[in-house]
Design a protein around this ligand. Structure first.
Ligand SMILES: [Zn+2]
Length: 236
């Protein structure tokens, strides 16, 4: 049986280093020494949970792919969790579609929904902009668009996604089923509702609109999101 890391990578990712298991190390990953300090790429060990120092800003300013580090074209793809599909915000900058499709098939975190994100020994200064949902979404959406904006937050930069030209859902290294997409979205809704409720009535109304805006995108994938019952903190 072919191991996922043995699948042929897209052309632009072929020259990236591999870790000791044979997985390609994407451009954004920080390499660390034994003391947990960032070191030059290819020295020390890659820590896939940590973004290379200044990585988000460098990828954005240089208009380079988050995964392969090469120049982006007009169409850009964001690999996002289903919750980001509703709020249209990503904490990571965009990539080439080919690079994200490869990651959706190979990356252990994206392909193994039950894999718990290991936060042991994470450097304390690992700051992620905005409110991150620290759960493995199980389903990854590849959102391809020509437009995106940036949002400044107290902790850094977030990316506001433009209207999608294409949208795909992946789980366990293969296209996700409508049931999986639905389950993933619905299990994350209470988290979004809780966050929206902190902004009171206004926050909840904005979330309601965001869900309504996502509904046709999900419907195109045969997924129906029931009307929200915000008071209950779940889909009605
Ligand atoms: Zn790329």
């Amino acid at each position: 049986m072919t191991r996922p890391q043995d699948l042929p990578p897209p052309r632009r990712m072929r020259n990236l280093p591999r870790d000791e298991r044979g997985f390609i190390v994407p451009w954004f990953v920080a390499w660390m020494n034994e003391a947990g300090e960032p070191v030059p790429v290819g020295t020390g060990k890659p820590d896939f949970r940590v973004v290379r120092p200044g990585g988000i800003r460098a990828a954005y300013m240089g208009s380079t792919c988050w995964l392969c580090g090469q120049h982006l074209s007009a169409k850009k793809t964001f690999a996002i969790g289903p919750m980001c599909l509703i709020n249209r915000v990503s904490s990571e900058p965009p990539s080439h579609f080919d690079c994200t499709a490869y990651a959706a098939k190979v990356c252990p975190f994206l392909t193994k929904p039950r894999m718990v994100r290991n936060t042991k020994d994470l450097p304390e200064d690992r700051v992620v902009a905005g409110v991150m949902i620290e759960r493995n979404p199980g389903v990854t959406a590849l959102w391809t668009t020509r437009r995106f904006g940036t949002l400044k937050t107290e902790t850094g930069m977030l990316f506001a996604l433009g209207e999608p030209e294409a949208l795909e859902f992946w789980a366990e290294g293969r296209p996700a089923s409508p049931a999986e997409i639905c389950k993933s979205v619905e299990s994350g809704l209470p988290i979004l509702i809780k966050a929206a409720a902190q902004d009171g009535e206004e926050g909840l109304r904005a979330l309601e609109q965001a869900v309504a805006r996502a509904a046709p995108l999900l419907a195109a994938c045969q997924v129906t999101v029931l009307p929200l019952d915000l008071a209950k903190g779940s889909a009605a």
